[in-house]
Design a protein around this ligand. Sequence first.
Ligand code: NDP
Length: 280
Amino acid sequence: MDTYCVFGHPIEHSKSPWIHARFAQLTGQALAYRKILAPIDGFATSLQTFQAQGGKGCNVTLPFKTEAAALATRCSPRVSLAQACNTLKFDGQEILGDNTDGLGLVNDLVHNASCNLQGKSLLLIGAGGAAAGVLGPLLCEKPRCIVVVNRTLDKAVRMVNRHAALALAEGVDCQAFDLQHEILHSQAFDVVINASSSSLHQGELPVPSSVLSRHGMACDLMYGPASQRFMDWASSHGAEPRDGLGMLVEQAAESFQLWRGVRPPTAPVLAELRALLAQS
Ligand code: NDP
């Protein structure tokens, strides 16, 4: 049976084995998918071992996404822009690297949440691996503008500069600011995306409520109880809250399609996963 896995550290929390098992059942594909805890300084060795044992491909999560991009022998343009890779496919001695995080977010917003991004104003909070993975696919939806804000300005500037040619080609005004910039007090956005790990640390909300639009969308890439504070904050200011669970399922579907050439249905899997998490 073809085998796949997700590497991370920690990895116990990962829902990917459950999601891929459901995709396999629903598409009639015979595959096994497990989680592997790679040592912090041992991702390359763990990957090599898995490949040598006949593994067909893998997902990669924190903190190995940058290292995965470096280990891939051939990368998609999305990986080059993001400098991070969440999906590897083994093809003989070749390791193909892709980043499906951004496609996952866009599919969730556009198809599951019916939030068309074309012509909209977007605020992207964060400039870490997740933000880098979603910026390119967000630009490809041709919003009017994307404002990227991050605690460390320099990281946001470098990320936006890396995407400058794509922003120009798509006709999107894309700028970077820090979290103290006055634009956060003077402009409301159609769509606010929290790609920072503020919810993970349960700290202060990273931006003031003045960024939220009534009936706009506010999405935290976090999911589960940790995203509740952001979601409550968004809905208390009239915005439509969304967590990152849909993105998680949609990015997995993109990986599954890359490996198996088959598109799994995501709506039933997302509904089941949401129900499962609500029970636990
Ligand atoms: P990284 O560690 O790569 O980046 C963290 C980012 O958050 C940085 O921009 C950092 O700023 C910022 N940050 C950290 N703490 C705070 C804070 N208290 N206030 C404001 N900004 C803060 O993490 P990732 O980018 O990989 O992950 C970010 C989030 O996205 C996590 O919650 C993760 O769970 C989620 N995620 C969800 C996915 C899904 O499928 N739903 C997929 C991938 C990630 P600085 O640069 O200044 O350090």
